[in-house]
Design a protein around this ligand. Structure first.
Ligand code: ZN
Length: 506
């Protein structure tokens, strides 16, 4: 095995050698940097994905090539674990180590080291699925990744263009195929069917065969891959339900990706994206480049731009779930998870008006996801629009086996169950989150201003201050207080004390 491995590695490594001066770190978003220096990195990620799959007895691992909302010349790569979740944190270290090795001998030694340490049998079959967003660098990076997969003889399927959440769906669907907890058909159409079926069931259940007015939405797709995917889903499966327009839908022009458009642009600039002339009180939305986040917005009667960000999505969904749980006569613990960046007004609204507990965690999806998983219904959205809702297994089981005593209860229970299917629990998903929001607004007969009225953001300012060494700033209490440099927190507290509902953090 080992001489054969050495041979294979040398054969493929020649085309993917690392430049010595480069340094890489696997973070929350995987590896992410300029696309033109990623070749050697994606090659070893292919090797690591193979090892991960062998370690997990051949379960399928996902590899997504994307740089999300970042400019067209960037790219990145990240691994997806078998249930559609992020790569186990302990393995991030192996990823970083492998990416910084400079020769095929070093890589060989590291493969042997990891497999010995973790008792991985290299002859165990391994399986990987791979996909990419619409960047021009995507196909070559996918090929380099596949060369990495070949080193350890890994079976793979290249799905080519997908949104990030679609690949998360597929990984879980493949690994649960034919089991009692099957996530859905293990192909792209299965994803569309799953979402649209739940959407229709909720709608038809609530409106009881009547045809309510179609809900209207404009989607700014950031010229990314979310555009054609949303278009396909909405036109093929939901055209009787949703009246939609997709703008900035030119994914075949990779240079246009996230330029003057998309969730990050709209949120950062607090203005409409290119090619949107907003009609007052109509709902608009923006995806990011790989469609794992979404923000909404509208213009009021005076034509003033109003953003409905992740905080607003959280409050909308948490309030709706609270209602449904009450109507279903069920016991369920609902919670909302936020970070220090959430507007204090949203936190007050959730706590005081909705009477739903709020947990604050450090930034980073893994922290939010982990906390949300502790509730029966855990809602988390970062202000930037990335988030989802998690449902506990026991709660879903209760829904499935419930014996409602009135039609009213039955409808609430059915709606809860279908929402748990509609919402992509593996990861934030712009398309799935969009459908969830549209359902809630339709059922409540709300226009965007009704949604927005729930609370008004406290005035806030986010500022970047350049310091000689950012590492001297150490935080505690979910990044809301400083422990170092000593004395600074006291000074902040003194100033903040002068303002009612004031809050400030470094
Ligand atoms: Zn993204």
């Amino acid at each position: 095995m080992s001489s054969q491995l050495k041979e294979q590695l040398e054969k493929y490594y020649t085309a993917h050698q690392k430049l010595k001066e480069l340094k890489f770190t696997y973070g929350t978003a995987g590896f992410r940097t300029k696309a033109n220096i990623l070749d050697s990195v994606v090659f070893v990620v292919g090797i690591l994905a193979s090892l991960r799959s062998k370690y997990l007895d051949g379960q399928t691992i996902g590899i997504m090539i994307t740089a999300s909302h970042n400019p067209p010349e960037d790219n990145g790569i990240k691994l997806i674990d078998p249930q559609g979740e992020m790569l186990e944190q302990a393995w991030e270290v192996y990823a970083t180590t492998l990416a910084n090795l400079n020769t095929s001998e070093e890589i060989y030694d590291e493969i042997i080291k990891i497999s010995t340490q973790l008792n991985i049998k290299l002859e165990t079959p391994s399986n990987v699925v791979i996909a990419r967003d619409s960047r021009v660098s995507g196909p070559a990076l996918a090929d380099a990744t596949i060369d990495g997969l070949k080193v350890l003889d890994t079976g793979y399927k290249n799905f080519d263009l997908l949104t990030t959440p679609q690949l998360h769906y597929l990984v879980r669907a493949i690994n649960t195929q034919g089991t009692p907890v099957s996530f859905g058909e293990p192909n792209e159409e299965g994803y569309f069917k799953k979402l649209s079926t739940s959407y229709k069931k909720i709608f038809d259940g609530v409106f009881d065969g009547q045809t309510p007015e179609k809900v209207k939405i404009t989607i700014d797709a950031a010229n990314g891959i979310g555009g054609p995917k949303a278009q396909h889903l909405l036109s093929k499966y939901l055209s009787d339900y949703i009246d939609f327009t997709v703008v900035n839908n030119n994914y075949s022009d990779p240079e246009a990706l996230n330029v003057g458009s998309g969730a990050d642009y709209v949120k950062t600039n607090q203005k409409l994206p290119n090619n949107v002339n907003a009609e007052p009180l109509k709902l608009y939305s923006s995806f990011d480049g790989d469609a794992d986040r979404v923000v909404f917005y509208y213009t009021d009667a005076q034509g003033v731009f109003k953003l409905l960000d992740g905080d607003k999505i959280s409050t909308l969904l948490a309030g709706f779930f609270k209602d449904l749980v009450e109507k279903s006569n069920f016991k369920a613990e609902i919670g909302v998870v936020q970070t220090a960046y959430a507007n204090g007004s949203s936190t007050n609204y959730i706590t005081d008006v909705l009477k739903v507990p709020v947990v604050c965690t450090p930034t980073g999806v893994k922290h939010l996801h982990h906390e949300a998983a502790k509730f029966d219904i855990g809602v988390y959205f970062e202000a930037n629009g990335h988030g989802t809702v998690l449902f506990s297994d026991s709660f879903i089981d209760n829904l499935k086996t419930a014996t409602p005593s009135t039609p009213h209860e039955k409808r609430a229970i059915d709606t809860l169950y279908e929402l748990s299917q509609l919402i992509n629990q593996t990861v934030g998903d712009a398309i799935s989150d969009l459908l969830a929001v549209l359902i809630v607004l339709s059922i409540k007969h709300w226009d965007p201003s009704n949604w927005d009225e729930s609370y008004t953001d406290l005035p806030n300012r986010l500022a970047k201050v350049v310091v000689p060494d950012r590492h001297v700033f150490k935080t505690t209490n979910a990044e809301r207080q400083l422990t170092s440099p000593v004395g600074l927190q006291v000074k902040i507290d003194e100033i903040v004390k002068k303002f009612q509902h004031g809050r400030s953090f470094v």
